[in-house]
Design a protein around this ligand. Structure first.
Ligand SMILES: [Zn+2]
Ligand SMILES: [Zn+2]
Length: 571
C-alpha cells in the first residue's frame, strides 16, 4: 500500500471508530495519524522496516502497528473488525449533508436508524426533533439533504465516468476475439452527469460465444440477443453495460447504444417515413439489411449527414440535418489559449512560471491569469500589495516568454450589492476581469439577478464567471434569471464563461444555444487551480459542442491579437 492508501485506511478507521462510539481521543489519534502519513516526506515502507514510525510526529505505538500491517499485508485487522461491526447503512447516512458521525451515532442509538430509508421515515414521523443536539431546524435541514442524496443517487460526473470508460474500453480492446469496441451511452454524448458507462463491441459470433465475455468483468448479467446486453453494477451504484454485436450490425448497435432515446425515436420515425425500418440490428428495406456496419452508413441510408453524438438529444438536430443547418462544432484543437487560471498567489498550487510553461506544452498562444480578489479571504484573495508583487513578476515573465501572451486578470468577487471587489483605479489596470459570485447564494431570484447585472454593468467587467454557481451533484444553482442575464451580456458585450471544471460545467450546455442567439461570446475557462486542471478544457469543449457552439462562438479560439482587441472593447 502506498501513502495515500494507508492514510485513507487510517481515516476509515477513525470514522468507523467514531460510529462505533469509541474513545474520542483514539478517533482523533487516527485522524492525525492519517495526516502525518500523507505529509511524511520519506519512504513509508523503509520507515516501517527500520522501526522508525514512532519517531514521526502524530504517530503513536498502536497506530504504528496498524501502519506496519497495512504496508506489509495490505490490510488491517483493526479495520476489518470495525467494518464487520458497522452496518453499511450507517455509512450511507453520512452522505446526507449535515449528518456527521456523531449525529449518525445518536440516530442509531436512540432510534435504531441504520439506513437512508429509516431516516426518511423517522423524519416523516417527526422523530428527530426531540433528540439531543437535533431540533426542528436540524430535522428540516436533514430532510432537504436527504432529498438531494436521493436525487443524486446512482449519478456520476462526466469527469469520473469518462476516464473509467476509457480504461474499460482499452481493456476490452485488448481481449481476444474483440473485432472492434467503442464508447457509447451518455458519456459519448458528453452528458455532464449520467448513471452508466456503455461500451459496444463487435465479436465474431455474438449469439453463440457469450460465455467468454460473461467472465470478462465480474458480476455480468447477460441478456442474449443482437446486440447481447451484459450488465453489472460497480461499487457506489455505477452501472456498466456492454453491448455485443457483429461487425455487420455494429453501426446500428453503436447508434442505439449511444442514444439518446429522444434522438432514436425521431430517427426511427424519420426512417418509417421513408419506408425503412431502423432497429439495433441495422437499417432494413423490405426486410433486407442495408449497410449498417458504420453509423455513417445508417445516417446516409436515411438521407442525412452524420450527426455528432453530442447533438443527439432530440433538440432539433434531425430537422437541422434535413435542412443542412447542422453546426460545424468547435473542436479541441481550435483552442488557442485559456483564461481563469489561479496561481499560488491565491488558492492555486503553481507558480506563474509553471503555468506559463504548462500553457506552452499544451500548444497555447496565450494565458489569462486570474487569482481571487481580496474579499475571497478563504481562498487567499489578493490584497493591493499582493497585486503589485504579482504584476512585477508577470512583467518579468512577459519579457522571458515572448512567444506566449500573458493576460493579467482577476476573478473579482461580486459583492452583495453587485459592486466589484476593488476601486476603479485598481480595476483599470487589469487586462481582463472575471466577475463571479462566491458568497450570499440565498438571495431571491430578483435580488440575485439584479446583483449580477449590476456587476456586468461595471465597464471593467470583461467576463461573467460560473454563471449559475452550481456544483454538479453537490450544490444546486442559485435562483437567477438566466434569460435576463444573457440578454444583458449580449447587449453589453460581456463575455460569459463556460466553466470547464467537470464539477461545474457552468453555463449549462442547455443554455448555450440561447446565449449564442442573444449574441453572447462564450469563453471556455478551466478555472484551474493546478497544472492538471488545465486539461479540464477538454470537458469544456465537449459541453460547448453539446451546446451547438462553433469555433467562432468561443473567445479562446481567437488569435492573441484578436483576443487583445476583444478584451479592450468595453472599457
Ligand atoms: Zn470562482
Ligand atoms: Zn476561479
Amino acid at each position: 500500500m502506498d501513502k495515500k492508501a494507508v492514510a485513507a485506511a487510517l481515516e476509515e478507521i477513525a470514522l468507523l471508530s467514531e460510529l462505533a462510539g469509541e474513545n474520542p481521543f483514539k478517533v482523533r489519534a487516527y485522524e492525525s495519524g492519517a495526516r502525518a502519513v500523507l505529509t511524511f516526506p520519506g519512504d513509508l515502507a523503509d520507515a516501517v522496516q527500520r522501526g522508525e514510525l514512532c519517531n514521526i510526529k502524530g504517530i503513536g505505538k498502536s497506530i504504528a502497528a496498524v501502519i506496519a500491517e497495512l504496508t506489509e499485508k495490505d490490510e488491517s485487522r483493526t479495520l476489518q473488525k470495525l467494518r464487520e461491526k458497522i452496518s453499511p447503512g450507517l455509512l450511507e447516512l453520512l452522505q446526507v449533508p449535515g449528518l456527521g458521525p456523531k449525529k449518525a451515532k445518536i440516530l442509531y442509538d436512540k432510534l435504531q436508524i441504520r439506513s437512508l430509508g429509516e431516516l426518511e421515515y423517522a423524519i416523516q414521523e417527526n422523530r428527530l426533533v426531540s433528540l439531543p443536539g437535533f431540533g426542528a431546524r436540524t430535522q428540516e435541514k436533514l430532510k432537504s439533504g436527504l432529498e438531494r442524496v436521493k436525487r443524486y443517487a446512482g449519478l456520476f460526473r462526466l469527469g469520473d465516468l469518462l476516464p473509467l470508460a476509457q480504461e474499460l474500453l482499452n481493456q476490452l480492446r485488448g481481449q481476444e476475439g474483440v473485432l472492434r469496441a467503442e464508447l457509447a451511452g451518455g458519456v459519448r454524448r458528453g452528458l455532464e452527469v449520467d448513471d452508466a458507462i456503455v461500451l459496444v463491441a463487435a465479436i465474431p459470433e455474438p449469439e453463440g460465444s457469450l460465455s467468454a465475455y460473461e467472465r470478462l468483468f465480474t458480476g455480468f448479467h447477460v441478456t442474449p440477443g443482437l446486440p447481447a446486453h451484459l450488465e453489472t453494477t460497480f461499487t457506489k451504484g455505477m452501472r456498466f453495460i456492454l453491448k455485443l454485436t457483429n461487425l455487420e450490425s455494429f453501426g446500428a448497435a453503436w447508434l442505439f447504444g449511444t442514444g439518446s432515446p429522444a434522438h432514436l425515436d425521431e430517427l426511427t420515425e424519420h426512417a418509417a417515413q421513408k419506408g425503412l425500418r431502423l432497429t439495433p440490428q441495422g437499417l432494413f428495406d423490405q426486410g433486407q439489411l442495408q449497410p449498417s456496419g458504420q453509423e455513417e452508413d445508417i445516417y446516409r441510408g436515411l438521407g442525412l449527414p452524420f450527426i455528432p453524438p453530442e447533438l443527439r438529444e432530440g433538440l432539433g438536430e434531425i430537422e437541422a440535418a434535413v435542412q443542412g443547418r447542422l453546426p460545424l462544432l468547435i473542436q479541441a484543437d481550435d483552442i488557442q489559449g485559456c483564461f481563469h487560471v489561479h496561481s499560488h498567489y491565491s488558492d492555486g498550487v503553481n507558480s506563474l512560471a509553471e503555468l506559463v510553461s504548462a500553457s506552452r506544452e499544451r500548444g497555447w498562444k496565450y494565458l489569462g491569469l486570474s487569482d481571487h480578489s481580496q474579499s475571497a479571504y478563504y481562498a487567499g484573495g489578493l490584497k493591493p500589495s499582493d497585486l503589485a508583487r504579482q504584476k512585477a513578476e508577470l512583467e518579468d515573465l512577459r519579457r522571458a516568454n515572448p512567444d506566449i501572451k500573458i493576460f493579467w486578470g482577476i476573478e473579482s468577487d461580486i459583492l452583495g450589492d453587485g459592486s466589484l471587489d476593488y476601486p476603479d483605479e485598481i480595476l483599470k489596470d487589469f487586462d481582463f476581469i472575471i466577475a463571479s459570485v462566491h458568497s450570499q447564494f440565498r438571495l431571491t431570484r430578483k435580488e440575485m439577478t439584479r446583483r449580477i447585472i449590476q456587476a456586468m454593468a461595471n465597464p471593467h467587467c470583461t467576463m461573467l464567471g460560473h454563471v449559475s454557481g452550481r456544483l454538479l451533484l453537490a450544490r444546486e444553482p442559485y435562483e437567477v434569471d438566466l434569460e435576463e442575464i444573457l440578454e444583458f451580456a449580449g447587449q453589453h458585450q460581456v463575455i460569459v464563461e463556460l466553466n470547464a471544471s467537470p464539477y461545474r460545467l457552468d453555463l449549462d450546455w442547455r443554455w448555450l444555444r440561447r446565449a449564442k442567439d442573444l449574441g453572447v461570446l462564450i469563453s471556455i475557462n478551466p478555472d484551474a487551480h493546478s497544472l492538471r486542471d488545465l486539461d479540464d478544457m477538454a470537458y469544456g469543449v465537449i459541453a460547448a459542442r453539446k451546446g451547438w457552439l462553433e469555433a467562432a462562438d468561443v473567445l479562446n479560439t481567437c488569435s492573441p491579437g484578436e483576443v487583445e482587441a476583444i478584451l479592450k472593447r468595453r472599457s
